[in-house]
Design a binder for this molecule. Structure first.
Ligand code: FNR
Length: 378
């Protein structure tokens, strides 16, 4: 309504309301390197395509005369009410798309009351983003450092700065083969776009001080090396459990047995995700993994979902297949590139409005009445 009424005064939206057209719109304003980094995926791009195909294989069956005039998107997660079942996925190095980077994203998210999940690879510090969030809900995404002091320090900073949930990303213990970046010899971390948290961290700096001959480039490599390797185990999750007294979610879960192990390890949730198709080429579409996982552990864990969500209909489908909430990735990053804080807000509001309308037109007043029966296989 707001957009149509503004239109009467000759005012159009700042950029497209077609959430599937954002990448093309952003291509006009981002550098080729930044666009390639954000839009790109692993290898041939098969997993990114699978993410979309998985959504396309489900179709919504609308119901009539259900009185869905007054709708309520409110969702409770870990005892907190959210205005809608939507969060901002952790996306690092946001300074490559806009100088205000994560601060702009935090302000837009806070204004709408949606949780922003701050990445360990952010371009701004934990504390600065917390300040920009104000009273807004904030979660922290952990790339799990190999060094125990650095791990404890970063997790402790997040807790102190008011982040309420910890999202531990397990699928990126090394960076995948990403031709879009390899062809340009482009890695934002090496360009110092994702090291704000490292360089402001006392424990990490103490490690650097022990090897004073190292220059900045070496420090960056040491930071990247902090997350590389597979010496972690399910048992070691107990360490994180000890460090963090709030909810912990494991991100990157795609197998039912891994979801069960997460529950057995005392975790509070999982994010069913393939990192937006950026890690394993040729993997299953993330939505394909969702119903089985939701069925197996939905009563023990908060099952969240990301990878490939573009429209309100996509959100509805993921909720119907058992997700408690979804994370949005690339679309809001394109919004950030196109318009900073206002751009992120425009994308988020468009998604929420489209979700609200689609839910109502499908015959539902709230996400609570969604179930797999709302969908059919194409
Ligand atoms: C990511 N993602 C990500 N995930 C994470 O846990 N930590 C991170 O630092 C990043 N960084 C990052 C950068 C960029 C440019 C992208 C596009 C993605 C993955 C992200 O959280 C999420 O899983 C996907 O983006 C979801 O898929 P869609 O919505 O982009 O299709």
């Amino acid at each position: 309504n707001e957009i149509y009424l503004q239109g009467l005064a000759g005012n159009k939206p700042p950029f497209t309301t077609d959430l599937t057209a954002l990448e093309d719109a952003a291509a006009a304003v981002l550098t080729p390197e930044a666009l390639g980094y954000v839009a790109g995926g692993a290898g041939s791009g098969a997993t990114m395509r699978a993410n979309r195909e998985a959504f396309d294989r489900w179709r919504i069956v609308p119901r009539m005369l259900t009185d869905a005039t007054d709708r309520d998107l409110t969702t409770t997660l870990f005892g907190n009410d959210l205005p809608a079942p939507v969060l901002l996925a952790p996306v690092g190095v946001q300074s490559i798309v806009h100088p205000d980077a994560e601060l702009a994203t935090a302000r837009a998210a806070a204004g709408l009351g949606l949780p922003m999940i701050l990445s360990t690879a952010a371009s701004r510090t934990i504390e600065d983003v917390a300040e920009a969030s104000g009273a807004g809900p904030r979660w922290f995404q952990l790339y799990w450092p190999n060094h125990p002091d650095v791990c404890a320090s970063i997790v402790g900073r997040a807790r102190k700065a008011g982040y309420t949930a910890l999202v531990v990303t397990l699928d990126t213990w090394t960076l995948a083969w990403r031709p879009q970046d390899l062809d340009r010899a482009y890695l934002p971390f090496i360009r110092n776009e994702g090291t704000a948290i490292a360089m402001s961290d006392p424990a990490f700096r103490a490690l650097l001080a022990k090897s004073p001959e190292e220059d900045e480039q070496m420090a960056l490599l040491q930071w990247v090396g902090m997350f590389t390797g597979t010496d972690k185990s399910w048992q070691q999750l107990a360490v994180l459990r000890d460090l963090w007294d709030g909810p912990i979610l494991l991100k990157g879960i795609q197998h039912v047995d891994d979801a069960r192990r997460a529950a057995d390890a005392g975790m509070d949730g999982v994010v069913v995700s393939n990192h937006g198709g950026r890690q394993v080429d040729g993997a299953l579409g993330a939505l394909e993994a969702l119903p089985g996982i939701a069925q197996a552990v939905g009563d023990r864990l908060a099952v969240l979902f990301d990878s490939g969500v573009r429209t309100g209909a996509d959100v509805l489908k993921a909720l119907a297949l058992g997700a408690k909430a979804v994370l949005l990735g690339r679309p809001y990053v394109y919004g950030l590139g196109l318009g900073g804080e206002d751009g992120v807000r425009h994308v988020l509001r468009s998604l929420l409005a489209e979700l609200d309308l689609t839910l109502g037109l499908a015959g539902h007043r709230s996400p609570a009445t969604l179930s797999p029966e709302v969908l059919v296989r194409a």
